[in-house]
Design a binder for this molecule. Structure first.
Ligand code: C2E
Ligand code: CA
Ligand code: CA
Ligand code: CA
Length: 275
């Protein structure tokens, strides 16, 4: 009756309050967490499906919070975007990742995620290139990942930023392909080097005929446009096998390993003689 309803609302108010309080705490702590490198890079393997060869890593941000424990990007990227801290956060993650990876095998590349907010900064390319120079990581080993949602905010500015990155030899990947808007127009307007198929399609490739058709179509479109395709979110061997059969060359996901911190990535590379 009314009492049940009342207590349910009281509970959800409490939950909302707790969430808001946590958000405020994180927002307050974020500047020092960035400066103190509490927000660190984790490394997710990217592999060639046919040979199993490790080609590089996607860099994923993690907040090693002294009280809350490990916080994933969904817990702080939006806060950083809304409070103007995303650029500092992103450049800090890049600096740490580049510094770690510059000594790894030179065949290994890094992919970093760029927020749509950062694409409003006309100096973005220069800032990334500065971090490359300071850390001694070669531009030719870097790929930046941009989501479709970001692209039509300001197409001329996006074109100029991506042009500057490409002039330095940095590659550009279109992330989460299939989940945004106007994908095909973007492919023509912007100089992509790779398309990443969103994991929502990849994960259903053996269970849902429509998802298999979508993956197949993206792979064949990549072939005709001469754009390499990476499938993300590969969780088991049957998905990997199906992707290979469909002609998808590259993949990443938990099947190949969970994202590793710097020390864990170093250990794994040492075992494979890739240090
Ligand atoms: P994303 O770019 O699509 O990154 C892939 C996400 O999928 C990662 O989540 C990764 O841990 C997760 N994942 C990888 N393999 C599997 C799998 O086999 N199964 C499943 N279920 N999930 C898998 P994560 O690390 O939580 O990152 C979430 C999103 O946060 C990323 O999505 C990316 O958009 C964003 N992000 C992460 N790091 C950064 C960063 O440094 N800067 C910015 N702007 N965004 C970041
Ligand atoms: Ca990504
Ligand atoms: Ca993605
Ligand atoms: Ca995604």
């Amino acid at each position: 009756g009314t009492r049940m309803k009342g207590s349910r609302f009281a509970w959800s108010d409490r939950a909302t309050q707790d969430a808001m309080q946590l958000r405020q705490q994180l927002e307050h702590a974020l500047p020092l967490a960035i400066a103190g490198e509490e927000i660190v890079p984790y490394f997710e393997q990217q592999v060639d499906l046919a040979s199993g060869r490790l080609e590089g890593f996607e860099v994923l941000a993690r907040w090693e919070h002294p009280v809350q424990g490990m916080i994933g990007p969904d817990g702080f990227i939006a806060i950083a975007e809304e409070t103007g801290l995303i650029a500092d956060l992103s450049l800090s993650i890049m600096a740490q990742a580049f510094q770690a990876a510059r000594d790894w095998d030179p065949t290994l590349s890094l992919s970093v995620n760029i927020s749509p907010v950062q694409l409003r900064d006309a100096w973005l390319a220069q800032k990334i290139i500065k971090v490359l120079t300071e850390t001694g990581f070669p531009a030719s080993r870097l790929e930046v990942e941009i989501t479709e949602r970001a692209l039509f905010d300001n197409l001329p500015l996006t074109q100029s930023i991506l042009g500057s990155l490409k002039n330095q030899g940095i590659r550009i990947a279109l992330d989460d392909f299939g989940t945004g808007y106007s994908s095909l127009a973007h492919l023509r307007a912007l100089p992509f080097d790779r398309i990443k198929i969103d994991r929502s399609f990849v994960q259903l490739v053996n269970r849902d005929a429509d998802s298999a058709t979508i993956v197949d179509t993206i792979v064949r479109m990549g072939e005709s446009l001469n754009l390499p395709i990476t499938a993300e979110g590969v969780e088991d061997a049957t998905i990997a096998a199906r992707l290979l059969a469909l002609g998808c060359a590259k993949a990443q996901g938990w099947h190949f390993g969970r994202p590793l911190p710097i020390a864990g990535a170093r250990r794994m590379l040492a075992e494979r003689r890739l240090l």
